[in-house]
Design a protein around this ligand. Structure first.
Ligand SMILES: [Zn+2]
Length: 216
């Protein structure tokens, strides 16, 4: 009496294939973007001098990719380099974005990858200059229930959100709120970020398709 078993098996196989197809439909393709990481170094300006190591950066990006997995976006580290800050940087720390931007040698910036630059102390925790994400390694956040367990992956993910065209949204549990450990993205934010990421991915450039400058 084997035939009924075979029919049952065939039906199960067809059902499983159907479920697999459905799952494939639900989950959009992952978009992977390259990132060049700059560990800014300066003997003169201790506020610019990060003490993060390559191992720290890899740990941080492991968590950044967990945050961005909800949007099907992943960041691949192209390189992690110690970048010597330019000495002629203006000392006007109030103009924080210019201060850091001017301290990073232009030739070190990737044109075919997103640039993320770690420093020691700036106000606030980080910002997106329109050309690079700047994150201070001493970042502090307001902890919220269910939030991420350390500030750096959250601040890095937040600034990369700006790079992908996302503005602030002050809802404590979400990634684009200012200064909290929240990391949720709305369906609309995922749509916008994926659109930007896809454009960056096909353009192969780190600059021309980015979101506007954001101060934190
Ligand atoms: Zn922001």
């Amino acid at each position: 009496m084997k035939p009924p078993v075979r029919t049952g098996t065939a039906a199960l196989l067809i059902l499983s294939a159907g479920i697999l197809l459905l799952r494939a439909d639900e989950k959009p393709a992952t978009i992977t973007l390259p990132v060049r990481v700059h560990l800014l170094q300066s003997a003169k300006e201790t506020d610019l001098h990060t003490t993060l190591t390559e191992a720290d950066v890899r740990r941080v990006f492991g968590k950044v990719n967990k945050v961005w997995a909800q949007a099907g976006i992943q960041f691949r580290i192209e390189s992690i380099g110690k970048t010597a800050a330019l000495d002629n940087a203006p000392a006007n720390k109030d103009a924080k974005d210019r201060w850091v931007t001017d301290a990073v040698p232009k030739e070190r910036l990737a044109t075919n990858a997103l640039n993320v630059c770690y420093v020691k102390r700036v106000t606030p925790n980080g910002f997106w200059t329109g050309k690079m994400a700047v994150v201070k390694d001493t970042a502090k956040l307001k902890e919220i229930p269910g939030g991420i367990d350390e500030p750096l992956p959250r601040v890095t993910s937040h600034e990369l959100g700006h790079a992908l065209g996302l503005p602030h949204r002050q809802d404590t549990t979400n990634l684009m709120a200012s200064g909290t450990t929240g990391f949720a993205l709305s369906a609309e934010e995922i749509r916008i970020a994926r659109e930007h990421a896809a454009r960056r991915s096909s353009a192969g450039t780190g600059e021309k398709t980015g979101g506007g400058k954001q101060a934190d």
